[in-house]
Design a protein around this ligand. Structure first.
Ligand code: M6R
Length: 613
């Protein structure tokens, strides 16, 4: 889960690489580096521990001229973050320079074989081994750089997105991909290579999404595309349809804040073209072919990680309520390693913002091998998961750059709601009336979120009161249990405060022991069928002197009397309230983290897409 960028063309490469690295920094930010080929065909490599700004400082007095280059921002897997382990890496005799996102799983075997041939390694990375393997094949086999790369890749087990240059064939870049994302942007006699579209969108809208085990050999005026087995392919050129604004902060202090405030419009984008103009029908085109299977299936399994897993839990409640199909929600990483029972008529739904999460991708492959039909709910168009699944639906929430997921969650829940309503209607589980009411309720959600966002200053005041707490507890029942989990995750990952999400009724089976006058307890306590019970849970917290911050339905008077703070959200159909209740929790975490001086968009130890298992 690193970010990679490459450029070949007639412009100076360095500014393009640095700007690209800053846009990709959310993918990894413990060290970075660039390699630039200068006019004399000499490659200069500069690397620096820390963020891209450190690299910029380090290169400020260096010669960075040249029109071909590559850059990398790292999230360490093999070897600690330092200048030596940072990319680009060069082979021992300097023939090959490369950057890599992914993991070479059989690196240890490859390393031993190379050590037996007197290769010595400077870094602790798997990437340096690959650079030397390519070089070894190149020298020994007396083959072209392209062929050496292809032959080396046939010996590699693992994930890679690579940009490679060869000192003897300097006017080209070789790129290859397997299970890690890679996009090539096509300009006027210039090409941009990147992990995602964010560094490319300002230069071109024409892109090629590389497929697994494909390789491209790129010169300024020539482009060839083939498999690593040398079968020639014709690349599919696609349009990005993405404005530069989508990948900039546009006046917000952080991407996370921008993304929280974008939710009214990102949910509208999720609806776009999928709800009839008279609000009578939901139309998810990606599901039409699999609808007969969805109607017949006896079981749905949802697989995901992190926030997407929380959305999956909301999906479980939605699907079971509206379709009466039993649903299981699994952490992709657990599912993958426990030899799960999967039937051929099972439907597996994989949820992922990035579409690149390695655990989810592996779980999909396992489910497919066992014959299940796998659907995807992804945000990133053309991502590995979107390609690997049999069918699916994009969330169309727009690029999410803050590491803490916000608008992706509400978009995923929106799709799961639409999906549940569509299947429920097809199965005649929900009536025409209920279906139409649900659609009307759903389309009112963006305006209700706008109302909640107007309370931002109030969330900020509460954040200021509890920013120094050491622990937080989040409680919710039914649809709000996943929201409690999500609230706790948001706080943990960006403010580094320990937080736990719990089903409210389970509190008395253990966590109640934690409650004292220092413990803020955030309770999602809107009016639904468990309202009376949640009021009792609040009483239980207050009886032990805990501090209650309650998310309540507008106009609630009962809880106002007991809780320390109430945050009101508009009334909505119970199954949709999770889309509203999560907003105050996102903003509370955001403000607490800002007040604690944390790095909001790039929290420590994390990366946006986790492409390692
Ligand atoms: O891209 P994905 O949705 O597959 O990512 C899954 C998790 O890595 C992600 O949700 C992570 O938990 C976020 N940092 C949560 O904010």
């Amino acid at each position: 889960m690193c970010g990679i960028i490459g450029y070949i063309g007639n412009k100076q490469a360095y500014p393009i690489l640095i700007d690209g690295l800053k846009r990709l920094e959310y993918r990894g930010y413990d060290s970075s580096g660039v390699a630039i080929l200068n006019e004399n065909k000499k490659t200069s490599i500069y690397k620096s521990k820390g963020k891209v700004s450190e690299l910029e400082k380090y290169t400020s007095d260096k010669d960075v001229c040249g029109k071909i280059g590559m850059g990398h921002t790292r999230w360490a897997t093999h070897g600690e973050p330092n200048d030596i382990n940072a990319h680009p890496h060069q082979s021992a005799n300097g023939y090959f320079t490369l950057i890599h996102n992914g993991i070479i799983e059989n690196y240890s075997n490859l390393k031993k074989r190379l050590e037996n041939r007197d290769y010595v390694f400077k870094s602790e990375t798997d990437t340096e081994i690959l650079a030397n393997l390519i070089e070894y094949i190149y020298i020994k086999g007396k083959v072209s750089a392209e062929m050496a790369v292809r032959l080396a890749l046939t010996k590699v087990v693992g994930a890679y997105a690579l940009v490679i240059s060869c000192k003897n064939e300097p006017e080209q870049l070789i790129v290859a991909k397997n299970s890690s994302p890679l996009i090539i942007g096509i300009g006027q006699e210039e090409y941009f290579i990147a992990s995602d579209a964010s560094p490319i969108v300002q230069y071109t809208q024409s892109v090629i999404y590389l497929n697994d085990k494909d390789i491209a050999i790129i010169k300024r005026d020539e482009f060839s595309y083939k498999t690593i087995k040398n079968d020639i392919l014709s690349p599919k050129i696609e349009k990005l349809n993405l404005g530069i604004g989508a990948v900039e902060k546009q006046g917000y202090d952080h991407f996370m804040l921008k993304e929280i405030f974008e939710q009214p419009s990102s949910i509208l984008d999720t609806f776009r073209g999928r709800i009839a103009a008279d609000f009578s029908k939901i139309y998810l085109g990606g599901l039409l072919d699999v609808m007969p299977k969805l109607i017949k299936t006896k079981r749905i399994i949802i697989i995901a990680c992190g926030t997407s897993w929380h959305a999956g839990l909301v999906g479980e409640y939605l699907l079971e309520e509206f379709t009466r199909i039993p649903v299981e929600v699994e952490y992709a990483s657990e599912f993958r390693y426990r030899n799960p029972i999967i039937y051929k008529d099972d439907i597996v739904i994989a949820i992922s913002q990035s579409g690149e999460t390695a655990d989810t991708l592996s779980a999909i492959k396992l489910a497919k091998d066992k014959g299940a039909t796998v659907l995807g709910i992804c945000n990133v168009v053309g991502s590995s998961i979107a390609r690997e699944t049999d069918a699916g639906v994009y969330t169309h929430a727009g690029p999410e750059i803050g590491v803490a997921s916000t608008k992706a969650f509400t978009a995923q829940v929106t799709i799961l709601t639409m999906m549940s309503a569509m299947i429920g209607k097809e199965k005649n589980i929900i009536t025409e009336d209920k279906y139409k009411k649900l659609i009307l309720e759903l389309i009112s959600i963006p305006d209700k979120i706008k109302k909640i966002l107007l309370l931002n200053e109030r969330f900020k005041k509460i954040a200021a009161m509890y920013k120094d707490a050491n622990n937080f507890l989040y409680l919710g029942r039914g649809y709000f249990f996943p929201v409690a989990l999500e609230g706790a995750l948001k706080l943990k990952e960006i403010s580094y405060i320990h937080a736990e999400g719990y089903p409210a009724a389970e509190m008395k089976h253990g966590p109640i022991a934690l409650i004292d006058k220092k413990m803020p307890v955030v309770v999602i306590a809107t009016k639904d069928k468990s309202y009376e019970k949640i009021v009792s849970n609040i009483q239980e917290v207050k009886a032990r002197k805990g501090i209650v911050i309650a998310i309540v339905t507008e106009g609630d008077k009962t809880i106002k009397e007991i809780a320390d703070h109430v945050l009101e959200i508009p009334k909505a159909e119970a199954s949709l309230v999770s889309l509203l209740a999560v907003i105050p929790l996102q903003l509370l975490s955001y403000h607490i983290a800002v007040m604690r001086g944390c790095n909001i968009d790039q929290p420590r130890n994390l990366a946006k897409s986790v492409t390692v298992e």
